[in-house]
Design a protein around this ligand. Structure first.
Ligand code: ADP
Ligand code: MG
Length: 289
C-alpha cells in the first residue's frame, strides 16, 4: 500500500503547484523543524529598483550614476539590473562601456570606465565619509540595500535599491509557525536590511552577510546542532544549500540550478505553498502508517 499512498500524495502535490522529485522525498519532510528562507527572490520579489543616490562631498551625482551604471550593466545580479536601468533612465543617456569587468559573487562588481577603476558593492571595507555612512545605515534599517560606489579607491557615493516583500510572505511564515516550524532568514545582504525584512514577515532568527559559497555551511551547521532543516531558495547561490538541507524547496520562478538541486519545486513561487507541501507530506505519511 505504501507506494500507492505516496503517489496519491504526489498527485495532490501537483494540484497544489508542488512538483515532487520522487515519492521518497516525502519521507525527509516528516522530521523537519527548521525552515531556512532565502531573502532575495524568495521572501522578496527580487525585482529591485534604484532609490536614493547619495553623493560624497565634491562629487557629482551624474558621475556616480554613469560610472556605477556602466559597471553594473555587465552584471545580471538583481542589484546590478536596478542600478544600470535606474542610472540610464535618470541620465537619459546610454551608459559608457566597461573594460576589465570583474564580478565578485556576494560582494559586488568592478571594472574600468573612462579609464577609471570603478567598484560597486561592498568590495572593500573602506571607511566611508560620515554623512554617507549615516545615509547608508538609515536606508538599511528601513530595509533597502545600499551599495558603495568608489572611483580609484575613493568613495564617490552610495546607491540604495528597494526590493518589495511578496504579499504572501507574512502569511507563509504564519503557516510555517502553525506547523510548529522555526523560520530562519538567510541572506548575503546586510544584517540591518535582513532584520528589517525579517521583522516585517514575522521571523526572529536571521543569518546575514553570508557569502554565496558559505550558504551550504550554514545549513550544515544547523544540522550539526541537531535540527532537521528545510531550505527554500531560488538563486544559483542557493543550489548547494538546497542540496545540503534535509529537504530542499526551490522556487519555480527561480534559476534552473536551484530547481535541479531541490527535492520539491514550488511551481508558482508562492511561499505559502512551502507550508502546504510540508503539511501534505506529513498527512500522506500518516495515511501510510
Ligand atoms: P542575496 O543572498 O541576498 O542573494 P548576494 O549574495 O547576491 O545576496 O549579495 C550579497 C551582497 O553583495 C549584496 O547585498 C551587495 O551588498 C553585494 N553585491 C553582490 N552583487 C552585487 C552587484 N552586482 N552590485 C552591487 N553589490 C553587489
Ligand atoms: Mg535569492
Amino acid at each position: 500500500a505504501t507506494p500507492t499512498a505516496l503517489l496519491v500524495g504526489t498527485g495532490r502535490g501537483a494540484q497544489l503547484g508542488i512538483l515532487i522529485k520522487g515519492p521518497e522525498v516525502l519521507e525527509s519532510t516528516r522530521r523537519v523543524d527548521t525552515v531556512v528562507l532565502d531573502k532575495t527572490g524568495t521572501v522578496t520579489t527580487g525585482h529591485m529598483t534604484l532609490q536614493e543616490v547619495y553623493v560624497a562631498q565634491g562629487a557629482d551625482e551624474k558621475d556616480v550614476l554613469r560610472l556605477a551604471g556602466a559597471v553594473e550593466h555587465a552584471s545580471e545580479h538583481p542589484i546590478a539590473r536596478a542600478v544600470a536601468a535606474g542610472a540610464a533612465k535618470r541620465l537619459g543617456a546610454a551608459l559608457p562601456p566597461v573594460e576589465a569587468f570583474e564580478n565578485v559573487p556576494g560582494r559586488g562588481v568592478r571594472g574600468l570606465v573612462e579609464g577609471q577603476d570603478v567598484e560597486v558593492g561592498r568590495l572593500a571595507s573602506r571607511p566611508l565619509p560620515e554623512a554617507l555612512a549615516a545615509a547608508k545605515e538609515t536606508a538599511e534599517s528601513e530595509g533597502r540595500t545600499a551599495v558603495v560606489v568608489t572611483r580609484n579607491g575613493v568613495a564617490l557615493g552610495v546607491l540604495t535599491v528597494a526590493d518589495a516583500i511578496k504579499e504572501t510572505s507574512a502569511e507563509a511564515v504564519r503557516r510555517l509557525r502553525a506547523l510548529g516550524l522555526t523560520p530562519v532568514l538567510l541572506t548575503g545582504d546586510n544584517e540591518r536590511v535582513a532584520r528589517s525584512v525579517a521583522a516585517a514577515v514575522g521571523i526572529d532568527e536571521v543569518i546575514a552577510e553570508v557569502l554565496p559559497e558559505d550558504k551550504a555551511d550554514v545549513i550544515r551547521r544547523l544540522r550539526d546542532e541537531g535540527r532537521t532543516v528545510a531550505m527554500v531558495g531560488d538563486g544559483v547561490n542557493d543550489a548547494a544549500a538546497l542540496a545540503t538541507a534535509d529537504l530542499g524547496l526551490a522556487m519555480g520562478t527561480g534559476t534552473d540550478a536551484a530547481i535541479e538541486a531541490g527535492d520539491l519545486t514550488l511551481v508558482r513561487g508562492d511561499l505559502r505553498v512551502a507550508a502546504d507541501a510540508i503539511r501534505l507530506s506529513r498527512r500522506t505519511l500518516t495515511t501510510i502508517k
